[in-house]
Design a protein. Structure first.
Length: 457
């Protein structure tokens, strides 16, 4: 064989090997698709805003437009859908209904559709009397549900729009938040960021921190995504692409100087953006890994078995308490009592509160989703338990059903009366949670993360 022919064969073999390597590399690349839709009120539409019992009257305008965001990740054979709405909360029943509609419209199983709300208190209510026939929010609710469903179904089904991406992550510190129940109490100032790059440029980014979006307090009647929207608007100018927030374990985390008005939202949003503007991102190795783990944990109430007699005795004790969350508290308690007692006429009342947990593992970066409003200690402790892993923590997912106070809150009590003793009245839980609840919930969080990591092997 001539040397020239040998060289040519060597070149062909090298090229084939390179092609096979590149093909293998491409097989390890996940795909993404993203789109957002506007869910603001229409011109001149006045609605009841959510979140503050002290707020009176209807909305008067728009500070920032509200969006529903949908990010879908695919490995070519399976997909997972992550939705983040610029809303305060959606009940578990309504959340289940919306996810079912998305599943029916897209063919994606409901278990792979995760719907988060950033928990802004400047968004329209989607429950209560205002959404009933003739209510101010009825048309808004119908329109918004349709928009969330249509946007998500389109993103899921539009296979031609999916693109290969590179993932990069970062962590910074923010000073905008503080413990809202206890001065100097536990506070998580970490803010996480993830950027999904398409052809080297951010297509969509995610920011994650523990802080109620309540810079705009009860005196404000403007629609807004609060500090979140301000920060996102600023960061998009420097990073490019789109962006949304996943609000973390913010049950006891508020803006540092408490609810005020829109100027404070502007201040906090810009401060948060400044915290992230120069942060150094770390590229994540493309492994082609995409997995979803769904689990649940049953949280104990103060009694092992909830009975009608327990409910009546508890209601009687609450109406005589000196710690009352509002002027209507006694009436609220009697309304709760009537509601819970009526459930006994329909069948057994569960004696534990079922909480749903979910993880999405994207190339080894773990996104954790939980119902309700966990206190920040859960988020902090979980990350300490898995120091070698990056964990994005998102509460307010697939339905808002309870605060989850920390062990510290149960021990100290003072300052936490509402979250520990009265919150169940307003979320219509059949009884207060037990002081043993924190241990149970924390164990459930650690278990699902451990399961997610084990499944990578």
């Amino acid at each position: 064989m001539s040397i020239k022919r040998l060289i040519n064969i060597t070149k062909i073999v090298s090229a084939a090997f390179l092609l096979l390597t590149l093909m293998s590399f491409d097989r390890n690349r996940l795909l993404m698709n993203y789109k957002a839709a506007d869910i603001s009120t229409s011109d001149g539409e006045a609605v009841v805003l959510a979140g503050f019992a002290a707020r009176k009257g209807l909305s008067t305008g728009v500070h920032q437009h509200l969006l529903t965001h949908c990010l879908v990740i695919s490995d070519g054979s399976q997909k997972v859908c992550i939705i983040s709405n610029d809303l305060m909360e959606i009940s578990p029943a309504l959340s289940d209904s919306i996810r079912t509609l998305i599943a029916d419209a897209s063919g994606l199983p409901k278990e792979r559709i995760l719907m988060h709300n950033i928990h802004t208190h400047s968004a329209p209510r989607l429950g209560g009397s205002s959404v009933l026939t003739g209510g101010t929010n009825r048309a808004y609710k119908s329109r918004t549900v349709s928009a969330i469903v249509a946007n998500a179904a389109d993103v899921i089904k539009n296979d031609k729009a999916f693109r290969k991406f590179d993932l990069e992550i970062a962590k910074a510190k923010t000073s905008i938040n503080a413990n809202r129940c206890e001065k100097g109490g536990p506070a998580d100032h970490d803010v996480y960021a993830a950027r999904f790059l398409v052809k080297g440029k951010p297509a969509v980014s995610v920011i994650n921190l523990a802080c109620h979006p309540v810079c705009m307090g009860p005196k404000s009647h403007l629609l807004s995504s609060d500090y979140s929207g301000v920060a996102i608007g600023s960061l998009i100018e420097s990073w490019g692409g789109a962006m949304f927030q996943l609000t973390g374990a913010a049950g006891n985390m508020d803006p540092a100087r408490g609810p005020k008005e829109k100027d404070y939202a502007e201040e906090c949003g810009k401060s948060l953006a400044d915290s992230l503007s120069g942060v150094k991102f770390r590229k994540v190795r493309n492994t082609g890994r995409l997995s979803v783990v769904n689990d649940s944990v049953d949280l104990p109430y103060l009694v092992d078995t909830v009975t009608r007699e327990d409910v009546i005795r508890h209601a009687d004790s609450l109406v005589n308490t000196t710690s009352q969350v509002s002027a209507t508290f006694k009436d609220d308690v009697r309304g709760w009592e009537k509601e819970i007692l009526s459930r006994f006429d329909k069948g057994p009342v569960p004696s534990k509160l079922r909480y749903h947990l979910h993880t999405v593992d994207i190339d080894g970066v773990i996104f954790l989703f939980s119902d309700g409003e966990p206190f920040c200690e859960y988020q902090m402790d979980l990350r300490k338990a898995f120091p070698d892993r990056t964990i994005f923590f998102a509460g307010y997912t697939n339905g808002q059903n309870s605060y989850l106070p920390s062990e510290r809150a149960y021990q100290r009590r003072k300052g936490y009366e509402y979250e520990v003793e009265q919150m169940h009245i307003y979320v219509k839980a059949p009884y207060p949670l037990s002081p043993n609840m924190p241990e149970t919930y924390s164990a459930g969080l650690k278990s699902i993360i451990a399961t997610t990591i084990d499944s990578e092997q």
